[in-house]
Design a protein around this ligand. Structure first.
Ligand code: NAG
Ligand code: NAG
Length: 167
């Protein structure tokens, strides 16, 4: 059963050690379990970590802006967050990570958080844009709506045939 074809005359060392190792691991696992349980009981231990974290924070300073604009325009969405340590910010469009496109879609860190810019807007750019910021301890997020309409922007006459898009 122990792959006899590969065993020599004397049992290899691992076979002899195996029960010892298993016993040792069992004991160690039990010990870990016990000490974890013990640490979870006194609530005072929660304060030890919160003491260490007392300078860390993460704040959403402002909800993201919504934009309604037209084909060919440029849109900028702003993610205003602050934190310590400085948060890592990710951008999502309709829950999928935003893919940057050279000279068209880009995002970058700013002094207030992060800015997503989309140039030469297409109606397919319409969607829910979310930024998710984390400093490793906490996560905040905010979502803005970008709505790209057909037609030229400010000069469009009110009566012009409008393509209505729902979302
Ligand atoms: C942490 O300590 C504060 C006072 O220093 C106390 O009010 C609070 O209940 C403690 N929190 C926990 C989880 O023990
Ligand atoms: C953006 O639009 C959403 C949904 O229409 C709304 O809940 C939210 O308050 C708007 N945000 C701002 C900054 O106006």
């Amino acid at each position: 059963m122990l792959r006899p074809g590969r065993l020599g005359a004397r049992p290899p060392l691992p076979v002899l050690l195996l029960p010892l190792l298993l016993a040792a691991r069992g004991a160690a696992a039990q010990e870990t379990e016990l000490s974890v349980t013990a640490e979870l009981v006194p609530t005072s231990s929660w304060n030890i970590s919160s003491e260490l974290d007392k300078d860390s924070f993460l704040t959403l300073d402002e909800p993201m802006n919504n934009i309604t604009t037209s084909l060919g325009q440029t849109a900028e969405l702003h993610c205003r967050v602050s934190g310590n340590p400085p948060p890592t910010i990710r951008w999502f469009k309709n829950d999928a990570p935003v893919v940057q496109e050279p000279r068209r879609i880009s995002f970058r860190a700013t002094n207030y958080g992060s800015r997503l810019r989309i140039r030469n807007l297409d109606t397919t750019d319409t969607g829910y844009f979310q930024c998710v910021a984390t400093n490793g301890k906490k996560v905040v997020s905010t979502t803005g709506v970008l709505f790209v309409k057909f037609g030229p922007p400010p000069t469009a006459s009110p009566g012009s045939s409008t393509q209505r898009q729902k979302f």
